[in-house]
Design a binder for this molecule. Structure first.
Ligand code: HEC
Length: 281
């Protein structure tokens, strides 16, 4: 009898557990389905049309035929960018075979082979390092060597990621000490602030040329986040130098000084933010 009671008590609980597990299962399945729906089926469109030979670089590349990462998303390589641009100009909601065909005679990655030559050979139309062997008797158009082939000593980033931390950290810390010194009425803090503001401003004179060198070496076009970063960083440099030079003349307390300091600090931080976006996406 006891056993029976236990069973009777146990069964509704067990029922709840099963129901919970089922609910979780359904939620999981819906999540996977939703995630799958969020990925446009362009690899299928591409693959069914061109049938990349199994084992070829193109076959293995799958999503990276058009994207720079396997997750896809908004990061496109040269070929993906051309597809996206064509979608925008022609206002197509998705990638069509006709659209792909229109890009066949183009050489998206500028490696001397048209997209269709590369696709048929099983190579990547969006990566200049992947292409068929140069045709015999038809020497490849010699292109100017890439910047990073010219010198092994200076990496493509030109030490910009190293240099940028000094103006950002020093200047922002200097501004923080200024505010703290004023708030606490502590002249020592404010004198210490001058050094941070000054060296932060001077360090930007190293950060900016390394940035321009990195930009020329990597060869990104000056648009989007890079353009915003360039404008903000240039403005930040001029403002930092002006504020630091002004501050050297003595302790400043006019509202205009504090507004200039706050604005300059914000622009330094914003320049750093848009720089980081390019690296970390
Ligand atoms: C033939 C080229 C091509 C292939 C292959 C391709 N994609 Fe894309 N993908 C695109 C283009 C172009 C867009 C941008 C569409 C747009 O902006 O309307 C895109 C957009 C996306 C998006 C963003 C969707 C959105 O709404 O923002 C994701 C996620 C994505 N792709 C994932 C993938 C994955 C994962 C694969 C591999 C299974 C893949 N893609 C293969 C061309 C491709």
């Amino acid at each position: 009898m006891r056993d029976l009671c236990r069973q009777e008590q146990g069964s509704p609980e067990a029922g709840v557990n099963v129901a919970n597990r089922r609910a979780l299962g359904v939620i999981g399945a819906v999540a996977i389905w939703a995630a799958a729906l969020a990925i446009p089926p362009y690899w299928d469109t591409f693959g069914e049309h061109y049938k990349p030979p199994a084992g070829s670089a193109l076959f293995k590349a799958s999503c990276m035929t058009c994207h720079t990462t396997m997750a896809g998303g908004q990061h496109h390589n040269a070929y993906g960018k051309d597809i996206k641009a064509a979608m925008r100009t022609r206002q197509l909601p998705e990638v069509t075979i006709e659209l792909l065909s229109n890009l066949e005679s183009k050489d998206s990655d500028h490696d001397g082979f048209t997209n269709i030559e590369e696709i048929q050979g099983g190579f990547l139309p969006g990566a200049s390092t992947s292409h068929p062997a140069p045709k015999e008797g038809q020497p490849r158009v010699e292109k100017a060597p890439k910047a990073n082939e010219v010198s092994q000593l200076i990496p493509p980033h030109s030490f910009h990621p190293l240099a940028v931390h000094f103006p950002i950290a020093l200047f922002i810390f200097g501004a923080f000490l200024e505010f703290l010194g004023k708030w606490r009425r502590n002249g020592d803090l404010r004198r210490f602030a001058i050094w941070n503001l000054g060296f932060g401003a001077l360090a930007s004179l190293i950060a900016v040329p390394t940035g321009i060198a990195a930009w020329l070496r990597v060869g990104f076009s000056l648009e989007g986040n890079l353009l915003i970063h360039f404008i903000l960083a240039s403005a930040a440099t001029v403002l930092m130098l002006a504020v630091a030079a002004w501050r050297r003349k003595g302790e400043l307390d006019s509202p205009f000084y504090w507004i200039s300091l706050a604005a300059t600090t914000s622009i330094v931080a914003a320049a750093g933010h848009f720089g980081a976006l390019m690296v970390y996406g």
